[in-house]
Design a protein around this ligand. Structure first.
Ligand SMILES: Cc1cc2nc3c(=O)[nH]c(=O)nc-3n(C[C@H](O)[C@H](O)[C@H](O)COP(=O)(O)OP(=O)(O)OC[C@H]3O[C@@H](n4cnc5c(N)ncnc54)[C@H](O)[C@@H]3O)c2cc1C
Ligand code: SF4
Ligand code: SF4
Length: 421
């Protein structure tokens, strides 16, 4: 088991916490931390892979359901406003400009919270996430940047309560935020701020190291990786070099079929619908993309004042062809067939064309959400069909309907059929 106590001490120099109990094995689990808490039975209520209630928790968290008159809420969940955003002075080491960690810093600077629960890098492996409780604003700088992998963020909730923290901020990915919201009432914090990031295609840190090995002869020199919205992966290296690789040139079709665990091929919340504010990039056209979801989200944005530049998000292109092509490939992969490869001569041409004619801005974000919904249905149907009725909510079926996917009798969402459950 990973000894979190010593890592936290070295990384942030704060908040000594108890070592966690080992995580029990479950077929679908991203180790959010609840199974390592004093009451692992709460997974039954907290887990998005068991019997999630998105509609109920969205109403509890945001005070209302998704608004059918605002079509983008079907894709992105309830929000007050969406904006394109950048910090005027991007923060060193941040994944984009650092809005996520700056918001947490501001909460600590202004005394709005006692602590921030977030992820730092493992001192022995910068790509491995390690959960930490941060109480000094200046320590948030060490948490900037994206790591690939899973770590039991929510196992630090009980230590936070034991330390007497009553006002807490949490940064997290959707499967962590789902469990946090499901248990929010019983946790009893006086104030809870939830800063979420979107998440897709996560995998174990070990798998990610293998992937880096396919991208470079010297993978240890890679310091940064991001799948950008302009259809390129950006790599940065220790010597300051940057490299952008078109998606089509990536060695994705050579990855083993289990490279992405079933959890991350079948989770249904790409955009972190239960956070107060989602900080992503998909709809940002080269900048960050904020979904301000409720009053607390507005309060968070106001903490940034003139440090953040905001503008209207754009939208261009049409997603249907891109999603249909993606679906054909997922069908092959879910059926155990190799991915259909584009001829090598065509790749540079299509790679050049995609950023110019493919879906861009909000249309790119909608395309990615639809792709993820298609992936969920096709993989879960094949690998764990009995999970469908509990794991796939009605709004996901609405997203895939234009692509000819419909629930059969046994797949109809269980909650809709019984009213509450
Ligand atoms: C696995 C993964 C996949 C993602 N995929 C997408 C995507 O498809 N589309 C999109 O718009 N955004 C995605 N994101 C979010 C994106 O990478 C940025 O984190 C986000 O846009 C915030 O940028 P920033 O500059 O504000 O972050 P920073 O200020 O640099 O802060 C980054 C934050 O991410 C947290 N973090 C880093 N790694 C992890 C991890 N493994 N688990 C939990 N928290 C972590 C850190 O604790 C920190 O709070 C993904 C994030 C992760 C971890
Ligand atoms: S609630 Fe968290 S720890 Fe429990 S099974 Fe789900 S992902 Fe795993
Ligand atoms: S892709 Fe989904 S299940 Fe996997 S880590 Fe991200 S939010 Fe969790």
């Amino acid at each position: 088991m990973h000894d979190v106590t010593s890592q936290i001490d070295q990384t942030v120099g704060l908040d000594l916490t108890p070592t966690f109990a080992p995580a029990p094995h479950r077929a679908l689990c991203t180790d959010c931390g609840i199974s390592r808490s004093s009451n692992p039975a709460r997974c039954g209520k907290a887990c998005q892979f068991i019997e999630p209630d998105y509609a109920g928790l969205e109403a509890d968290t945001h005070g209302r359901a998704r608004d059918a008159n605002r079509p983008d809420e079907l894709f992105f969940g309830p929000f007050r406003r969406m904006v394109r955003a950048s910090l005027a002075k991007p923060l060193e080491g941040a994944q984009w400009t650092g809005i996520t960690t700056r918001l947490a810093e501001r909460l600590l600077e202004t005394g709005a919270v006692d602590a921030v629960l977030t992820m730092a890098p493992d001192p022995n492996d910068k790509w491995r996430p390690v959960p930490v409780l941060v109480t000094k604003a200046e320590d948030m700088a060490q948490c900037r940047g994206m790591r690939m992998g899973y770590a039991p963020l929510l196992a630090l909730l009980e230590p936070a309560i034991q330390k007497g923290y009553k006002r807490l901020a949490v940064t997290g990915i959707p499967c962590q935020v789902y469990a946090l919201r499901a248990l929010e009432k019983e946790l009893g914090f006086e104030r809870l701020y939830v800063i979420g990031t979107p998440c897709s295609d996560n995998t174990t840190t070990e798998n990610f190291h293998d992937f880096l090995g396919l991208l470079s002869d010297d993978p240890d020199t890679i310091t940064y990786l991001e799948f950008r919205a302009d259809y390129h992966v950006e790599l940065r290296f220790k010597d300051g070099r940057k490299k952008a690789i078109p998606f089509l040139q990536l060695p994705l079709s050579t990855l083993p079929p289990d490279f992405f665990p079933l959890t991350c091929r079948t989770c249904v919340d790409y955009t972190n619908v239960l956070s107060d504010i989602t900080v992503g990039y998909m709809g940002g056209q080269g900048e960050q993309w904020l979904l301000v979801r409720n009053e607390r989200g507005e309060e968070l944005v106001s903490l940034l004042g003139s440090e953040v530049r905001l503008s209207e998000p754009g939208s261009a292109g049409k997603r249907k062809g891109a999603v249909t092509g993606f679906m054909a490939n997922v069908e092959r992969a879910a059926g155990g067939l190799p991915l259909r490869k584009m001829p090598n001569w065509l790749r540079p041409i299509v790679g050049w064309l995609m950023p110019k004619v493919g879906p861009r801005g909000l249309e790119f974000a909608r395309a990615r959400v639809e792709m993820k919904a298609v992936e969920t249905i096709l993989h879960l149907r094949r690998q764990m069909p009995r999970k469908m009725k509990n794991m796939v909510p009605a709004h996901v079926w609405a997203l895939v309907e234009p692509y000819g996917l419909k629930p059969d009798e046994a797949e109809l969402p269980a909650r809709d059929q019984s009213g509450s459950n």
